[in-house]
Structures are given as C-alpha cells and as structure tokens.
Design a protein around this ligand. Structure first.
Ligand code: TYD
Length: 131
C-alpha cells in the first residue's frame, strides 16, 4: 500500500450548488484541532518543504488547484489537488511540497494539533536521518 492516502469527500449538491462536509473522526481520521488555509499564493511559488514529527493533516483545494509532492524518504508520489472533493492525508514523517498553485487556489488544511514549530523538520537531510 502506498504511503500516500487520498480520498474523496462526498459532495452534496442541488440546483443551488455544491456543499462538501468534513467531519473530524468521520471522513477525516482525527479530531480537528486547527484549520488554516493558503490563499493568494504567487505564481511560481512553491511551499511546504518540510515534514512533521507527529502532526497529521488533511489538505483540500477548495478552489483552484496545486500539485502535492509527497516523499517518505524512499519514494516520491505526486497528487493533483484539483477538485474540492479531493483530499490527501499528510501523515507524520512524510516530506511534502506544494507546487503549481493556480491563481485562484485556496488550499485548506485540517490538522490534529496546534501550531508547534518544534514539530517541524525543515531540513531534508535531517528528515532522512530521523526515519
Ligand atoms: P510554514 O509552515 O512555513 O508554511 P509552508 O510550509 O506552507 O510554506 O508557515 C509559514 C509561517 O506561518 C511560519 O512563520 C509559521 C507560521 N504558521 C503559524 O504561525 N501557524 C500555523 O498554523 C502555520 C501553518 C504556520
């Protein structure tokens, strides 16, 4: 099984438009403690370039698209987040990078814990050593 878990969120919709529900402990495999979102990412800018020691996250492009690059230290996988019903689980100890943000991209991230800089591994070589 791949180290990258992607899943589809159920889209509820009618003639008025779409509605997508995310529920901690249900379609997201943890209790959600923090939500953040990336907007206005400049063309050509890439973000991420880190892994987390413990944090678990789920990312969804609720508008626009970006390319997720995931790396477990042994292999790399890419996944396009290009629909509001496509979600990717960013597990602990997975190096991740976000590339090719579309102009209108709103990248929503749900996390199982508060922000803690000491949980970040921002150096790829250090990440490899900790595996
Ligand atoms: P960072 O995680 O470096 O962004 P990315 O990996 O997506 O490129 O975060 C950018 C800045 O925002 C950094 O100074 C840390 C801060 N930050 C918080 O204060 N709280 C948060 O929940 C997050 C995700 C970042």
């Amino acid at each position: 099984m791949s180290f990258v878990n992607t899943f589809n969120l159920k889209v509820l919709g009618d003639e008025r438009g779409q509605l997508v529900v995310v529920e901690g402990g249900r379609n997201v495999p943890f209790d959600i403690k923090r939500v953040y979102y990336l907007t206005g990412t400049q063309q050509g800018v890439s973000r991420g370039f880190h892994a987390h020691k413990k944090l678990e996250q789920v990312a969804v492009c609720v508008s626009g698209s970006c390319r997720m690059l995931m790396d477990n230290g042994q292999e790399q996988r890419e996944f396009m987040l290009d629909s509001p019903d496509k979600a990717i689980l960013i597990s602990k100890m997975v190096w991740h990078e976000m590339h090719d943000f579309s102009e209108n991209c709103v990248l929503l991230v749900l996390a199982d814990d508060y922000y803690d800089e000491s949980d970040y591994i921002r150096d790829y070589d250090a990440f490899k050593l900790l595996l």
